[in-house]
Design a protein around this ligand. Structure first.
Ligand code: DOR
Ligand code: ZN
Length: 450
């Protein structure tokens, strides 16, 4: 073999099954040699990974990078810098931008923005709107990485389609080889409870949880499984937050429905008691619920019922979150930079292994969203999307240290043990020791430019 571009030597390489001592050789952005086959080769760049773990870059299939339309909250530059520092090498961006990504033109406009700024790789979601059935095939042909269905929505930019349209959309998408990620809440229930709570004068933090009652997501998870079964459309449950919807997810899987699911660090690590000091700022849809949900969500993640970790990275300015009324508090918060460190702290605490983490953050999303074997694994022929992790490194999370514009985090002061120290996308270092170093424009569309 000719000279390598990069040799990563002396590290401990992690897969979902095992950890092995191995060197990694990279040429033209791909992994071309692992272990003894790599060790003897000469390379233009050498990285000594002695004492470090070497894991695939994390794949976050649920982020809101806000452009076009809301660049005061986040930009593709700020967001992908945050992703790179956080060990995330591929992101899938949600369509609730302005304009929403509901047609080919909007998709191409967003791709141009992303391409110019991104320092990590990306896929773009196409929205299923009440009136865009004719755009679904064209958007898939134009490189949409997946579809998004706002089954629970109060956002006029991305209203929930009627059930008949949802069935039609699933039928159209079923043969396309794309998955539909579903915000699984029942819109009429949300609207009804919301109206009643507002009419009764409630403006307190707990009113948001009362609006997003468990039944809204229980029903929607169940309906999603049934609609997917009926149409053959692959689906993915976004941000699982509620233990009572898990039996419905498991039942769909038992029936052989092509259904996957994600949960997020804020549902695993927070509840209304832990987050009480945050007031309205904890508002997120679906909500962080009362104590008692996180344990069953962990169990589901460990037994594979919940397949993967995502973040629902949804930055807003702090001023948009600290409002007098809960109904004015912007829902969501930054997460793409803090997910890996939060999960590595759980590894250090003995809650799961590093192999488990690689399964849920890298392998599972790559498989579910059609990116395997190119991404999500350290394997011959795969893209050299690699994160070097120092499991001895300690730190803590601060909003001020985050790279997002809307940098509020509910994890302020959370103690960290185990941190990414270098992030590599297709052989090029994009973050080093907590600093982004990648060049805007390095990030590629995973569908069109693979
Ligand atoms: O909390 C949320 N924020 N949930 C969503 O579904 C949308 C997101 C956003 O875009 O702000
Ligand atoms: Zn979201």
């Amino acid at each position: 073999m000719s000279e390598l571009d990069l040799l990563i030597s002396g590290g401990r390489v992690v897969s979902p099954e095992r950890i092995i001592d191995a060197d990694i050789g990279v040429l033209n952005g791909r992994i071309v040699a692992i272990g003894a086959a790599a060790s003897g080769l000469s390379a233009r760049e050498r990285i000594d990974a002695g004492g470090l773990h070497v894991i695939p870059g994390a794949i976050d299939v649920h982020v809101h990078f806000r452009e076009p339309g809301f660049s005061h909250k986040e930009s593709w530059t700020s967001a992908t810098r945050a992703a790179a520092v956080g060990g995330v090498t591929t992101v899938f961006d949600m369509p609730n931008t302005n304009p929403p990504t509901s047609g080919v033109e909007a998709l191409e406009r967003k791709r141009a923005i992303a391409r110019a700024q991104a320092i990590v790789d990306f896929g773009l979601y196409a929205n299923i709107a009440p009136d865009n059935l004719d755009q679904l095939v064209p958007m898939a042909k134009a490189g949409a990485a997946a579809f998004k269905l706002y089954m629970g929505s109060e956002n006029p930019l991305v209203p929930c389609p009627p059930d008949g349209v949802i069935l039609d959309a699933f039928g159209i998408i079923a043969p396309l080889g794309r998955r539909v990620t579903v915000h699984a809440e029942n819109t009429p229930v949300l609207m009804h409870l919301g109206d009643r709570l507002v009419a009764s004068g409630r403006i307190d933090t707990a009113a948001h949880l009362a609006q997003h009652a468990d039944i809204a997501t229980i029903e929607a998870v169940s309906r999603t499984g049934i609609f997917a079964e009926w149409t053959g459309c692959p689906v993915h449950i976004a941000h699982e937050s509620c233990r009572h919807s898990l039996p419905h997810l498991r039942f769909a899987k038992q029936r052989g429905v092509d259904i996957t699911a994600e949960t997020c660090p804020h549902y695993l690590l927070l509840d209304t008691a832990i987050a009480a000091h945050l007031g309205h700022a904890i508002r997120v849809k679906p909500p962080v619920r009362e104590p008692g949900h996180a344990g069953p969500l962990w169990d589901a993640l460990m037994d594979g019922s919940i397949d993967m970790i995502s973040t629902d990275h949804a930055p807003h300015l702090p001023a948009e979150k600290y409002t007098a009324s809960i109904w004015d508090a912007a829902p969501g918060f930054a997460g793409v930079e803090t997910s890996m460190v939060l999960m590595l702290a759980q590894v250090s605490a003995g809650r799961m292994t590093l192999c488990d983490y690689v399964r849920m953050a890298c392998a599972a999303p790559a498989r579910a969203f059609g990116l395997a074997p190119r991404k999500g694994a350290i394997a011959i022929g795969a893209d050299a999307d690699i994160v070097l992790v120092n499991m001895d490194k300690r730190g803590s999370i601060t909003a001020a240290g985050l790279h997002s514009i809307g940098n509020f985090t509910p994890f302020e002061c959370f103690a960290l043990h185990g941190m990414p120290v270098r992030t590599i996308v297709r052989g090029r270092t994009v973050a080093l020791d907590g600093r982004p170093v990648g060049t805007p424009g390095w990030g590629r569309d995973v569908i069109l430019e693979a």
